[in-house]
Design a binder for this molecule. Structure first.
Ligand SMILES: *[C@@H]1O[C@H](CO)[C@@H](O)[C@H](O)[C@H]1NC(C)=O
Ligand SMILES: *[C@@H]1O[C@H](CO)[C@@H](O)[C@H](O)[C@H]1NC(C)=O
Length: 517
């Protein structure tokens, strides 16, 4: 009886922490897509009664209950030139280094912000019950975790599931069928593709471990002091990774129990369009097309000749085209509407929308898939390539290289997709498969954050490989030992055979037994 009472008391205490936990959400990555995804998760948690404090580059105009932003101010005042239309890096290896350079650049900015100081100056006894951290980049902020006395930590990544992060959580590297994100590979690769894929995955792991992390750690030590916990230790202590991966939206992969797939958790439906857009949509009798290159690539940096080629292609179409363009354009064709910002997901949801032309960013691609809209992808960097590869290999869209865009190539790609129902059929089928799951990905993610709150950690979900060296986890040492064993056996047999031959010859015995019989 006493035990039962004790159990109820424990349960009650557990419920209390879970009902209204104080959560710090470190979400420093300065791209719109990371922000949208992290913000959706933070809102999911605050709606369940948790008090979420988010460290972010993005301001909120409104005030919300249980949701507080600490702004890492001034980020967008600096020119961020890492991604531009002309800086397309054809070398896949260098393409990855650019991301880590961007991370260092952002770290230098963030460590000097008033926002970070505000957080560090919280009262010494202020506690967070849990910290969520977007670990895609910017490891320099790890010491915040120690500052708040190492509460349980949940990692998140909106960057689908990069192999380096998957590996960090003990997942064996699935280089043979996990296409590296900046290639057009699918999960069925040729031998040569598998070689490239293998090299790309391993070089990023080595680069991160021996170049990027030490650089971030050095920066962090300069700011937080020499005695900070080692980054390896901090990472080893993170409970789970909630990732923007989904087996239907991406390619199927094996996941360990501590990696939680919550792909597409940011997608909301049934949000009305603003009035001005609504009027345009109502008048679009022939349907809608959206053209956007995402938040980093500015369409207005495009050369005039490229822009004219694109507008000429659009002018030949009966559809209404929304172009996310960051300034004004004179002499627009009548059917082209230019806006600095577009509620892309809400337009995609409209039944008149026929096609998305985009850079193939992860969130855009997921939204197109979610609404069953075929895509023309113009990939520039990082995961845009693999998203484009997936769309094209499954005939849910086409790839168009930026250099190859002319009036004719664009017009023919658009009409091909609009006139061939196969594209739309394929992507609509995918959407049916994606939506068919026991609960919304946002609920899954919220559940797992609360799970870590309830249990204080999730170390018991780790594959033992998380504590092994890569070569051990992949059994390279075993394979090497076996190969050496085989070699020894071979040497032994050939030694015996040679000795036998030698004895035969020296005693004049014929070597060929069959002749004697
Ligand atoms: C909620 O978060 C805000 C911002 O970090 C903090 O000032 C406030 O004390 C927190 N509330 C509770 C009940 O912990
Ligand atoms: C690891 O996490 C546990 C539980 O959250 C915490 O008690 C411990 O201090 C952490 N250790 C380090 C080195 O971060």
């Amino acid at each position: 009886m006493l035990n039962v009472t004790k159990m109820y008391v424990a349960l009650f205490l557990l419920l209390q922490t879970v009902l209204g936990a104080n959560i710090l959400h470190i979400a420093p990555i300065g791209t719109q897509s990371h922000h949208i995804w992290n913000r959706a998760l933070a809102f999911g948690l605050s709606k369940k009664g948790h008090n979420v404090t988010m460290l972010s580059h993005f301001e909120e105009k409104e005030k919300f209950k249980n949701f507080h932003i600490i702004l890492l101010e001034g980020y967008f005042d600096e020119t961020i030139e890492y991604f531009s239309l002309d800086s397309v890096q054809p070398n896949k290896f260098l393409d990855v280094m650019i991301i880590y350079d961007l991370s260092l650049f952002s770290c230098e900015h963030d460590l000097a912000t008033q926002g970070l100081q505000t957080l560090m100056n919280y009262p010494k006894d202020f506690t967070f019950d849990l910290i969520i951290i977007d670990i895609t980049l910017q490891q320099c902020l790890y010491p915040i975790i120690e500052r708040f006395k190492n509460p349980p930590v949940v990692a998140v990544t909106p960057f689908l599931l990069p192999p380096v992060l998957s590996h960090l959580f003990g997942n064996p590297l699935q280089a043979a069928y996990m296409p590296y994100y900046n290639t057009l590979h699918t999960d069925r690769m040729s031998f040569l593709e598998r070689i490239t894929n293998y090299l790309l995955i391993h070089s990023e792991i080595l680069y991160r471990k021996y170049m990027a992390i030490p650089a971030e750690s050095k920066l962090a030590k300069k700011h937080f002091g020499e005695n900070i916990q080692s980054f390896d230790e901090v990472e080893r202590n993170i409970s789970i990774l909630i990732s923007n991966y989904d087996p239907i939206l991406c390619f199927p992969l094996a996941l360990p129990p501590n990696i939680i797939p919550a792909g597409g958790l940011h997608i909301e439906s049934d949000k009305p369009l603003p009035d001005d857009l609504n009027t345009i949509v109502d008048h679009a009798k022939e349907g809608l097309i959206i053209f956007t290159l995402g938040s980093y690539l500015r369409s207005d940096q495009m050369s005039i000749s490229k822009r004219t080629a694109i507008l000429n292609a659009f002018a030949k179409l009966p559809q209404t085209i929304f172009w996310k363009f960051e300034s004004e354009i004179d002499d627009l064709p009548k059917n082209v509407i230019v806006r600095k910002w577009l509620p892309q997901n809400d337009i995609l949801e409209n039944s008149k929308t026929k096609l998305l032309i985009s850079h193939g960013g992860a969130l855009s691609t997921q939204e197109a898939m979610y609404h069953g809209i075929p895509v023309i992808a113009i990939p520039f960097n990082t995961d845009q390539h693999s998203n484009a590869g997936k769309l094209a290999s499954r005939s849910m869209g086409k790839i168009l290289n930026y250099e190859d865009i002319t009036t004719d190539s664009l017009y023919s790609a658009i009409t091909e997709i609009l006139n061939n129902p196969m594209y739309s059929r394929n992507i609509k089928q995918l959407l049916q498969r994606y939506k068919d799951k026991p609960e919304r990905p946002l609920n899954t993610a919220v559940f797992w954050v609360e799970y870590v709150l309830r249990h204080g950690s999730a170390n018991f979900l780790n594959l033992a490989s998380r504590d092994m060296d890569t070569y051990q986890a992949a059994s390279y040492d075993v394979i090497l030992a076996l190969l050496m064993g085989l070699y020894l056996l071979y040497s032994l047999i050939s030694f015996i055979f040679t000795s036998y031959k030698f004895i035969c010859i020296s005693h004049n015995i014929p070597l060929d037994h069959s002749k004697r019989l």
